[in-house]
Design a protein around this ligand. Structure first.
Ligand code: ADP
Ligand code: MG
Length: 393
């Protein structure tokens, strides 16, 4: 069976109890933000294309209180690899905050530094059900939860949720040193129950896509638990190929290219590698748009087909799959009731996402476990809501 998740209320209760035990008294402010899974649209973001993520029921909760002193202290109840679970710092204003050790503190410090105003020093506890480093964006969940917590603590918030997402992305860039795209923070901040979010990475326009008849189906996330092997050099190679292809075509980005352009690349003597990378991006952008239409119509058969095509393109043209991910995807596709299965995230490790009929979930898990040489973890993902403040009572 898939691991059953504690609901937000019980995660909140755990955070409030830990706050009282560690800091004394009651927390006054509590907020949460979800992890995410990208349903389709992989390696399209830096090509100004589209992505289609949904928010997960896995969440990061932060509960705390300002105390009138100078030191901010934060405790995470999750295991933090190679670091203490607690940090403290003192800063006169948000401009004085600097990144440092432990590394996980930088996600939080970065949010405070990039908040719209100075905030008073506070104590806080963090509890998360988003697995860290699995590709489900525990980092964005931590940032967006922290930012939402700061909104309630200060009583101030930016006019638009887009600004919050951008501030959290800046925190990850400048403080954690991770040059991430914008998808994770957008969906964590703006997710809506029952919907996926179509995000145009060119102009950051978003559209909520309601999932008609989703009740009969499920998205099954499978963590390969294989170590991530996407080195920054492999990522840069993919990105540089895309930029080179766009340049050869005289386009601003591959967003503006179509299948005729892919043919034109060949006649302009582009290498096979460049043609394949560009073909993935061009076809993936179109698949993502088609998938959004299918989802809105409740056409899950079509959505599943597009997921399969996406995986095959990532495996054959973009060459970012791995034997572990391919094995999970092939096993899933053998099960009656599975409509589509693909790797999700940048690739080379992490998770797959499978669309299937609800009555096929147990069979799919059993079959994938039997066929996969490693020890996978399974999560049923329902399209969930984005970040919000929660009452401490
Ligand atoms: P992903 O976002 O895919 O989970 P990342 O490497 O981007 O993986 O982010 C994981 C990092 O985020 C962790 O190594 C840790 O530094 C930080 N992090 C995420 N969640 C927590 C948490 N609950 N407590 C402490 N640190 C966390
Ligand atoms: Mg991350």
């Amino acid at each position: 069976m898939a691991a059953s998740l504690p609901d937000v209320d019980s995660v909140k209760a755990k955070a409030l109890r830990a706050f009282a035990e560690n800091f004394g008294g009651q927390a006054a402010v509590c907020a949460y933000a979800p992890g995410r899974v990208n349903l389709i649209g992989e390696h399209t973001d830096y090509n100004e294309g589209f992505v289609l993520p949904m928010a997960l029921p896995m969440v990061t909760v932060i509960a705390g209180r300002s105390h009138g002193g100078k030191k901010t202290r934060v405790l995470s109840l999750n295991d933090v690899v190679g670091a203490t679970n607690e940090f403290e710092f003192e800063a006169g204003s948000r401009a004085d905050i600097k990144p440092g050790e432990p590394k996980w503190a930088n996600y939080i410090k970065g949010c405070i530094a990039n908040f719209i105003c100075d905030v008073p020093a506070f104590n806080a506890v963090i509890v998360s059900t988003v697995p860290a480093g699995a590709g489900l964006s525990s980092s964005a969940a931590l940032e967006v939860a922290t930012y939402t917590f700061l909104e309630t603590l200060s009583g101030k918030k930016p006019e638009k949720p887009e600004q919050k997402a951008l501030a959290c992305q800046k925190a990850e860039h400048d403080f954690a040193g991770v040059p991430c795209g914008i998808m994770d923070q957008f969906i964590s901040a703006m997710g809506k129950e029952g919907c996926a979010l179509l995000l145009d990475c060119r102009d950051l326009v978003t559209k909520q896509i309601p999932m008609l008849h989703i009740d009969n189906y499920a998205f099954l996330i499978t963590n390969s638990n294989a170590p991530h092997k996407l080195s920054s050099s492999a990522y840069c190679e993919r990105r540089d190929c895309c930029y080179e292809a766009a340049k050869m075509l005289g386009k601003k980005s591959l967003r503006d290219a179509n299948m005729n352009d892919i043919l034109a690349l060949t006649s302009r003597n582009a290498s096979d590698r460049i043609v394949k990378r560009a073909r993935h991006v061009v076809t993936e952008i179109q698949r993502t748009l088609n998938a959004a239409v299918a989802l809105e119509k409740g056409d899950f058969q079509q959505f599943g087909r597009l997921m399969n095509e996406s995986h095959d393109s990532l495996r054959d043209d973009y060459e970012v799959s791995s034997k572990e991910l391919d094995s999970l995807v092939s096993a899933a596709r053998e099960v009656d009731g599975v409509l589509g299965s693909r790797l999700t995230g940048a690739g080379f490790g992490g998770c797959t996402v499978t669309l299937l009929r609800k009555d096929a979930v147990d069979k799919a898990i059993q079959h994938m476990k039997a066929k996969y040489p490693g020890t996978p973890a399974f999560y049923i993902a329902t399209p969930s809501g984005g970040a919000r403040e929660i009452s401490v009572n």
